[in-house]
Design a protein around this ligand. Sequence first.
Ligand SMILES: [Zn+2]
Length: 67
Amino acid sequence: MTETKEQQGCPYCHEPFKNLLVEPGIAEYITLTGNIYSLTTEIANFGFTNFPLSYCPCCGRKLGDHD
Ligand SMILES: [Zn+2]
């Protein structure tokens, strides 16, 4: 699959990952562990939740396997 220029330059799904959301007490951003992309939500006084991602929620780029 060919990536568009927008997808290649997307700051949210490339390191260093830019925050998707920052609000008082909440931050949301993409993390990469090995070959697995996850959406991490960090909540103050609660902790982290991780949700596996197949596509970038911002640019729609396919994440994970490189075919
Ligand atoms: Zn992206």
